[in-house]
Design a protein around this ligand. Structure first.
Ligand code: BLG
Length: 485
């Protein structure tokens, strides 16, 4: 009886312990993907090393995908760890491996072929596949026109899938898939005439058009498609749900738009014609004057690319231009300004740049102390164009309208009033073509953005020539060793 009871008690204990163990087992069963990421404190992401995704510049890691995924890691409160894959097969294959990346962020377009391997997120960027040809060569206008051309695309890409589809219709179609190149290499090969055509997505072209003046869109190949992030098909949905919430939020709060403007906005801003004109001038004209911009930027302690942007707005880097009003030279100095700055020959580009740089910094220093950066730079640019007196009038009008006279956003609303009698008659300096400085500043800001993007950051005391570079091209070398374009 006693033994029996003891046995029963032992059994009960055992059962209890086992039950608890099983129960515990159920509770601590494999943590979800999201829990794992948070516990590790690291979000492992795989991407591609290219200007449209992820690359290193002298300031460190950058790129559209990099920035977006960094925001996501910040939201999760974890560190970001990036690894790169050499080609798309390797990229997709790396997902779902133990201790491997949990997320692929690489400008991926969902592909039926990959559905068994991965689950895709909500879309974050709409892109259109485009056939790219070289200006001056015959331009195909439809799919049939690809037959007989030398074509190269990225191996394993959605563009390769598209060509494989087309080949069913046009068996004579030939193309090469390469995993030894990146998108910029394909565009360069078209630009230099080594291949006839390639296929890239519209965002990749938008980003690179300013480097490749001969590259043109032949036609859009098919409908626009959505780029998405991907997680391994075998993962639970915890991370994917979090990703989708994050992407939806980034759409709503403007984060995505800001990134699109920053990385892919150059063509929107310049238009395609403007973008390749700019690319041409960047290659053919800027190198002649770059050393002057740099040396006088150093003297005046200003970013040389801002001076170069002023020069582009004023003369498109042409030293001999003259405006209708008799203003002359690369930096468009008036007779009076030239005299005040000690410039004897306005058509001499070196003198013009020297005088322009000196004048810009002089009027900037004279601005009211209450105007802070970056507005201070925009005000100085406006004064460069319309004169300090008229700018001061616009600030006075802003005060009267209860606007902030120290904010460019407010004062630029007042400047066009200087051309209307009802307003300029109330001002100290009277009539001015007040709309001109508003465009002037907006344009210079765009050129400056592009120049900061396509050139190396200025080094202390640097006066070296030819430091334009294509980001991400020389992946194995530090960016500063990139050859000039
Ligand atoms: C600027 C002067 C300012 C001057 C204003 O005109 O020229 N800037 C320079 O010389 C660098 O000094 O201010 S003031 O001295 O206080 O009166 C106002 O007179 C030059 C502007 C004029 C403008 N481009 C630099 O931005 C110009 O040429 N406009 C005419 C355009 S069009 O050809 O007639 O259409």
């Amino acid at each position: 009886m006693f033994a029996h009871t003891a046995l029963r008690q032992r059994c009960a204990k055992w059962l209890f312990a086992t039950g608890l163990f099983l129960l515990l087992g159920a509770c601590v069963e494999k943590p979800s993907t999201l829990e794992r990421v948070k516990e590790d404190g690291v979000l492992r992401v795989v991407t591609r090393n290219s200007p449209a995704t992820y690359f290193q510049d002298r300031n460190g890691e950058t790129g559209f995908e990099y920035e977006l995924v960094q925001h996501f890691a910040d939201d999760l409160g974890v560190k970001l760890q990036i690894e790169t894959a050499d080609n798309l097969d390797e990229l997709y294959g790396s997902l779902g491996k133990p201790a491997g990346p949990v997320l692929a962020a690489a400008g991926l377009v969902s592909s039926a072929r990959r559905q068994a391997q991965v689950k895709y997120s909500h879309p974050y960027l709409e892109v259109t596949p485009q056939v790219i040809y070289r200006n001056g060569r015959p331009r195909p206008t439809e799919a049939k026109g690809l037959v007989g051309k030398k074509i190269m695309v990225l191996k394993g890409s959605s563009h390769a899938d598209q060509l494989a589809e087309l080949k069913k219709q046009y068996p004579a179609l030939q193309y090469e898939e390469s995993d030894a190149v990146e998108v910029v290499d394909l565009l360069r090969m078209v630009d230099e005439g080594q291949i006839d055509l390639t296929l890239v997505d519209s965002n990749e072209l938008a980003m690179n058009q300013v480097y490749f003046p001969n590259v043109r869109v032949a036609f859009d190949l098919g409908e626009s498609r959505d780029q998405r992030w991907a997680v391994a098909a075998g993962e639970d949905n915890s991370l994917l749900n979090e990703i989708n919430e994050f992407l939806d939020k980034s759409q709503k709060n403007g984060t995505l738009q800001r990134l699109k403007d920053r990385y892919y906005g150059h063509v929107d801003v310049l238009g395609y014609v403007g973008a390749y004109t700019f690319a041409q001038h960047l290659q053919q004209r800027l190198p002649k004057y770059e050393k002057h911009f740099k040396s006088y930027a150093k003297v005046e302690q200003v970013d040389w690319r801002l001076l170069a942007a002023i020069g582009y707005q004023e003369s498109m880097w042409q030293p001999e231009v003259t405006s209708k009003t008799g203003v002359r030279g690369l930096m468009m100095l008036t007779q009076r300004t030239a005299q005040a700055m000690g410039v004897s020959n306005r058509l001499d580009p070196r003198q013009s740049i020297q005088g322009g740089a000196k004048y810009f910094m002089k009027i900037k220093a004279e601005l009211d102390d209450s105007i802070q950066e970056p507005d201070r730079t925009w005000f100085a640019l406006a004064a460069y164009n319309v004169g300090s007196g008229h700018l001061e009038d616009a600030r006075t009008l802003a005060k009267r309208e209860k606007l902030n006279p120290n904010k460019w956003l407010d004062v630029k609303k007042m400047l066009p009033r200087l051309a209307q009698k009802q307003w300029y008659r109330q001002t100290k300096y009277g009539y001015a073509r007040g709309g001109e400085p508003v465009h002037f500043v907006a344009n210079i800001r765009r050129y400056y953005d592009i120049l900061t993007w396509v050139t190396q950051p200025q080094l202390e005391g640097e006066v070296a020539e030819g430091n334009l570079h294509v980001p991400g091209v020389n992946k194995d070398k530090p960016a500063e060793q990139s050859p000039p374009m």
